[in-house]
Design a binder for this molecule. Structure first.
Ligand SMILES: N[C@@H](CCC(=O)N[C@@H](CS)C(=O)NCC(=O)O)C(=O)O
Length: 204
């Protein structure tokens, strides 16, 4: 088994943080998305959408999409549980993860692409950048409130949503967007989480 990814990109980073929190070791193969390697014939054969990460299984099967890849590992290695231990904990952890990903991360990614156009295949779009920036506070406020009185997003243990939010804020910072400014709970959580060994970036 191996993972094809680019470690600085947020979806691969979320998966890497998750794997380290779980103590699962998987070899990585670098796909340089800044240089357009995701559009090569060889990579498109693994993921026709040209996106990282891709999990390659030993039988030659390719799994794409970071969250289903996480679910796959979670089923193979249930401990420590990264969604919580009871139905209500799991529902809550999944709800928060969706807000961090579909709510916040998607807007940050669209903002980066529209504002800074870092990939060869995406053109700048100032109107889109403005709209995305204006929509972010709604999600930041919800996540900030969820963290009030809690060490991690879903309580006293790390769940997948922490990996998602950390990768999102790290990506925003890397792109000089200070997302957490003015959100005291997120700032406190981000500083503490950034000390965890799981957040170290390593190539490949
Ligand atoms: N929904 C997908 C998104 C994957 C994705 O957008 N990956 C980015 C890196 S964060 C990528 O490889 N982008 C290359 C491109 O768009 O050309 C997932 O969760 O894995």
């Amino acid at each position: 088994m191996k993972i094809h990814d680019f470690p600085l990109a947020p979806n691969p980073r979320k998966l890497r943080i998750y794997l380290k929190e779980k103590g699962i070791e998987v070899p990585f193969v670098l796909v340089n998305i800044i240089e357009g390697e995701q559009s090569s014939e060889a990579f498109l054969a693994k993921n026709p959408l040209g996106k990282t990460p891709v999990l390659e299984l030993d039988d030659g099967t390719y799994l794409t999409e970071s969250l289903p890849i996480i679910e796959y590992f979670e089923e193979l290695h249930p401990d420590p549980p990264m969604w919580g231990t009871t139905p209500i904990e799991r529902a809550r952890a999944r709800r928060i993860e969706r807000i961090a990903d579909v709510g916040l991360f998607v807007r940050v990614a669209r903002w980066v692409h529209a504002e800074q156009s870092p990939l060869p295949n995406v053109a700048p779009d100032p109107a889109m950048a403005k709209a995305m920036r204006e929509e972010m506070p709604t999600f930041l406020e919800v996540l900030d409130n969820e963290l009030r009185g809690r060490e991690f997003l879903a309580g006293d243990r790390v769940t997948v949503g922490d990996c998602t939010l950390f990768a999102t804020i790290g990506f925003a910072r890397f792109r000089e967007l200070e997302l957490e400014k003015g959100y005291d709970e997120i700032t406190r959580w981000y500083e503490a989480f950034s000390k965890r060994p799981s957040t170290e970036v390593a190539f490949p």
